[in-house]
Design a protein around this ligand. Structure first.
Ligand code: SF4
Length: 118
């Protein structure tokens, strides 16, 4: 086995890592760290701008992180959208569902599916 690429992702404060932070009383500090490291240029590269995440039933999410949090993609007020409902152009200009965990993507050296951002 040969490793020829290294992808660096920020630990997202969700699920197991988020629970660990909460149990250690470090969640607020970690969130403040991410917010203070906000880099607006990373907004251009976050994966939710170019990719979708699809669960095993075919429902779509703006990204894998949102899928893990149970935050479905929203389109025209629908609570969730199935892949078969989407047609070309449906998502042009469609708002992305964002929450505080998104600071994990926009922080300096934040996350994307392609590794660390700016
Ligand atoms: S966590 Fe937020 S910013 Fe990051 S890819 Fe998902 S929706 Fe976009």
């Amino acid at each position: 086995m040969v490793f020829n690429h290294l992808y660096v992702l920020t630990n997202m404060p969700i699920q197991r890592f988020g629970s660990m932070l909460v149990s250690k009383g470090e969640f607020e500090h970690y969130m403040a760290l991410l917010k203070n490291a906000y880099q607006p240029q990373n907004l251009e590269s976050v994966m939710c701008r170019t990719l979708l995440s699809v669960d095993w039933r075919g429902y779509v999410y703006d990204c894998d992180f949102n899928q893990m949090l149970g935050l479905p993609l929203r389109l025209n007020g629908q609570p969730r959208v199935h892949l078969r409902q989407l047609t070309s152009g449906d998502l042009d200009g469609n708002p992305i569902v964002v929450k505080d965990h998104c600071y994990g993507c926009t922080a300096g050296q934040g996350s994307s599916c392609g590794g660390a951002l700016s």
